[in-house]
Design a protein around this ligand. Structure first.
Ligand SMILES: [Zn+2]
Length: 414
């Protein structure tokens, strides 16, 4: 196990560097270029490339810092930071173990946040402004980022506290960890519009009848009962576009980003809605949760065996000590990297299914193509990603592949 993990760690550093290089290079073929020029102007293609490659060196540095941070916290110095923080908390007379965990997490996450803040600022604010995406002032951006960090930290901390509570029981209780994660996944997925969305967005009833009418028609045709259509104010933050679908049982609500209707016709928005219906009809949400459950079972045992395989002195630090968290985070980073493609292959398959449903539903491949092209233009997508990078990292097929799917339908229709 020790050798395997060290080999995977070395492989990770090597292979990830290669992937970073390939994602910078991309891969253009004559066929892809011809297809791109059919729908995009050379300027639009170039803009996508510029956005993807903007300050590439800095993004590499950001990834390196993210990777090194837990190592520094856990391994560096005669007495690692991790230990010092843990002992300081114990020294303060805090005897309640869960409180020790919470305070350790607060220190760990705040340090990590501060270290990565310059990068977040550059990529989340400076670059987004440079390319005309962001609608936030500097102050608004900072408030938004801190809020996002706070919400993320609270949710993650609850999960980690539960995990450590289980780590302190005998090993036979380990299976409870995936179960707890599964419960959380359900709560977050189904209560997202009620718990998290209102923290960041204002939702209002969707009023534009031109759009609402076409969306209702599509839903009706698909046999989905739409109880409400909401609009949420993404334009407060950015120009990025999106739409999603939610609800228990047969009654669904549609959420539309207000940015989506600024650049898309009612037919294109309805086409996006049909795609989301495609995901629902094929139970992709539940299938994703099931896949995540299987993944977390595997990960729990990988963490358990790797932690105890002799890389650290477990007499000094055991799995149930919160000071070992940075090491767990390193273990999870390595395995997630090597297991990631499985999740992405499934995700891309789901996207093709939803796209196929979308085209079949509307019966107008050209509208599907238009909405894909608009999506790429709105988000300045890089049109020529390297196939290996797509295989490893992409949750969605590349835009040109999706356009091609539409074209194939169009040919068949004719
Ligand atoms: Zn999708």
């Amino acid at each position: 196990m020790k050798t395997l993990f060290l080999a995977l760690l070395a492989g990770y550093i090597l292979f990830r560097s290669v992937m970073i290089y390939l994602s910078y290079k991309g891969k253009k073929t004559a066929e892809k270029e011809a297809l791109a020029l059919k729908y995009f102007t050379p300027e639009e293609i170039q803009k996508g490339e510029e956005y993807a490659k903007e300050s590439f060196g800095l993004s590499v540095l950001q990834r390196a810092v993210d990777f090194v941070f837990p190592f520094v916290f856990f391994f560096l110095a005669a007495k690692p930071l991790s230990w010092s923080v843990h002992e300081f908390l114990k020294g303060m007379g805090i005897t309640l173990v869960t409180l020790q965990v919470v305070l350790f997490l607060a220190v760990y996450f705040v340090c990590s946040f501060l270290v990565t803040l310059p990068f977040r600022f550059y990529f989340g604010f400076t670059r987004e402004h440079k390319f005309g995406f962001s609608n936030m002032t500097q102050k608004e951006w900072f408030l938004y980022t801190i809020k996002q960090f706070a919400v993320g930290t609270v949710i993650t901390s609850i999960i980690i506290c539960a995990a450590y509570y289980i780590f302190r029981r005998p090993t036979s209780f380990l299976w409870l960890i995936p179960v707890v994660l599964l419960a959380f996944e359900f709560i977050i997925t189904f209560f997202y519009p009620y718990l998290i969305l209102p923290l960041f967005y204002k939702k209002s009833a969707f009023e534009d009848e031109k759009y609402a009418k076409v969306m209702r028609e599509v839903a009706e045709k698909a046999g989905v009962k739409v109880s409400k259509i909401f609009q949420i104010n993404e334009s407060k933050y950015s120009k990025h576009t999106n739409a999603f679908f939610t609800g228990f049982g047969p009654e669904k609500s549609i959420y539309i980003f207000d940015t989506l209707i600024k650049t898309n016709t009612p037919e294109q928005v309805a086409s996006v809605v049909a795609h989301e219906i495609g995901h629902w009809k094929n139970n992709h949400v539940l299938k994703n949760i099931a896949l995540g459950f299987a993944g977390s079972i595997l990960m729990t045992w990988l963490v358990y065996y790797t932690f105890n395989c002799g890389l650290v002195n477990t007499n000094q630090i055991s799995l149930s000590d919160i000071a070992g968290l940075p090491f767990i985070s390193i273990i999870m980073t390595i395995y997630s990297f090597w297991l990631g493609p499985i999740e992405n292959i499934v995700s891309r398959k789901f996207e093709v299914t939803a796209d196929t449903y979308e085209i079949g539903m509307g019966g107008h491949p050209e509208i599907y193509i238009q909405s894909m092209v608009q999506l790429a233009k709105d988000n300045r997508s890089f049109l020529f990603p390297h196939p290996l990078v797509t295989f490893w990292y992409a949750s969605h097929p590349p835009i040109l592949e999706r356009v091609k799917l539409g074209e194939n339908f169009y040919k068949e229709k004719k």
